[in-house]
Design a protein. Structure first.
Lengths: 117, 113
């Protein structure tokens, strides 16, 4: 059973809706990530939070808004999305050192399959 | 710009055969090279990883071969089984952003019984 839990598993939303994706990690890690997985494309890193501070914002459109209230929880707030935003959104966590190096592999959740109609 | 190129896109192997997936990278600062395995409906999970101080790492039926001068690394699955059917991703990280993995596009492996 994964130590990273994502809800909901599936989400269908219209372009004018506002919704949020939730991620919770039970591994005691200090870094959390949002990735976007689209067919036939590499996993795209969207955001990274390390020690609850956002350290990476990979040129993601402002219609995606992350929130990390503590080291165990991560949200992705969605509003006015486009059909091309339909994808699998993966949350991950890891342990990083103060220098920003990996101390543990990335652990992924099972993702939220998002469909924008 | 894709910094990690993975091939082939898909691969069909008979049970008991050897599956080989290749990756090439451009950034010479990369110093950590993991492979992830993803089953349908699941998130990717770490399979095996290597650092450039060794040329090969083996864990059970899975082996990573690493060629630093060619900037290439590959995954070999010996005695492939139907349960190995999944999508495999290579990745790399290093330099100033060690926490950030750059992934290949993935290889869909099908092992026929």
């Amino acid at each position: 059973e994964t130590g990273v839990t994502q809800t909901p598993r599936h989400l269908v939303m219209g372009m004018t809706n506002k919704k949020s994706l939730k991620c919770e990690q039970h591994l005691g890690h200090n870094a959390m990530y949002w990735y976007k997985q689209s067919a036939k494309k590499p996993l795209e890193l969207m955001f990274v939070y390390s020690l609850e501070e956002r350290v990476e914002n990979n040129s993601v459109p402002s219609r995606f808004s992350p929130e990390c209230p503590n080291s165990s929880h991560l949200f992705l707030h969605l509003h006015t999305l486009q059909p091309e935003d339909s994808a699998l959104y993966l949350c991950a966590s890891s342990q990083v050192s103060l220098r920003g190096t990996y101390n543990s592999p990335l652990h992924f959740g099972n993702g939220t399959r998002l469909t924008v109609t | 710009q894709q910094q990690v190129k993975q091939s082939p896109q898909s691969l069909i192997v008979q049970k008991g055969g050897i599956s080989i997936i290749n990756c090439a990278y451009e950034n010479t600062a990369f110093d950590y090279f993991p492979w992830y395995q993803q089953f349908p409906g699941k998130g990717p999970a770490l399979l095996i990883a290597i650092r450039p101080d060794v040329s090969e790492k083996k864990e059970g039926r899975f082996t990573i071969s690493f060629n630093k001068s060619a900037k290439q690394f590959s995954l070999h699955i010996m005695d492939s089984q139907p349960g190995d059917s999944a999508t495999y991703f290579c990745a790399a990280s290093g330099g100033g952003s060690n926490y950030k993995l750059t992934f290949g596009k993935g290889t869909l492996l099908t092992v026929n019984p």
